[in-house]
Design a protein around this ligand. Structure first.
Ligand code: IMP
Ligand code: MG
Length: 168
């Protein structure tokens, strides 16, 4: 494994993302964290956010032990807060094929938020299968499987403070 993004690089980018989100939502924002991968990102992002903020958590089915998406997305945890008229930002670890986010955006948009935006720490544009809007992106990376800072491989490595690449 080698380091792709150090803990310092991540922390400084997260602070900038939080400032951007605050600038676009001066009256507060509702963050929806996509479990499990985004839990570390969410906790740093929320603490770096200067304004008012509330939180919810959702979960979708994951890759299991594979490093490739099955393309089948399933909602495994939902929440019951009312989103009507609110400014909502989905917080996700990585946008890869985009299938997960397209699915989540559709579900949340149906709940009539005033604005629905998406924030991903990482993006792998070369793997995209659907055209999905992501307003805030931390880092654009090449197509390699990454772990750490919440991201796992077979449930391991989520606790790493940096992002690393598994060499196959
Ligand atoms: P998508 O639906 O293909 O965009 O996949 C998004 C989900 O796949 C993310 O929420 C991650 O959980 C997982 N994923 C995609 N690429 C990676 C990776 O490189 N490392 C770890 N998880 C990944
Ligand atoms: Mg995820």
């Amino acid at each position: 494994m080698h380091t792709l993004l150090s803990a310092d690089q991540i922390q400084s980018r997260v602070r900038t993302l939080a400032e951007e989100i605050h600038r676009d939502h001066p009256n507060g924002v509702h963050l929806v964290c996509v479990l499990k991968g985004a839990f570390v990102f969410l906790s740093d992002l929320a603490r770096a956010l200067p304004g008012d903020c509330s939180l919810d958590f959702m979960a979708v089915s994951s890759y299991g032990k594979s490093t490739r998406s099955s393309g089948q997305v399933q909602l495994t945890k939902d929440f019951d807060s009312d989103l009507q008229g609110r400014d909502v930002v989905i917080v996700e670890d990585i946008v890869d094929t985009g299938l997960t986010l397209i699915y989540l955006q559709e579900i949340l948009r149906a709940r009539s938020p005033r604005h629905l935006r998406t924030c991903c720490l990482l993006s792998k544009p070369s793997r995209r299968k659907v055209d999905v809007a992501v307003e805030y992106i931390g880092f654009t990376i090449e197509d390699s499987f990454v772990v750490g800072y919440g991201l796992d491989y077979g449930e391991r490595y989520r606790n790493l403070p940096y992002i690393g690449v598994i060499e196959e």
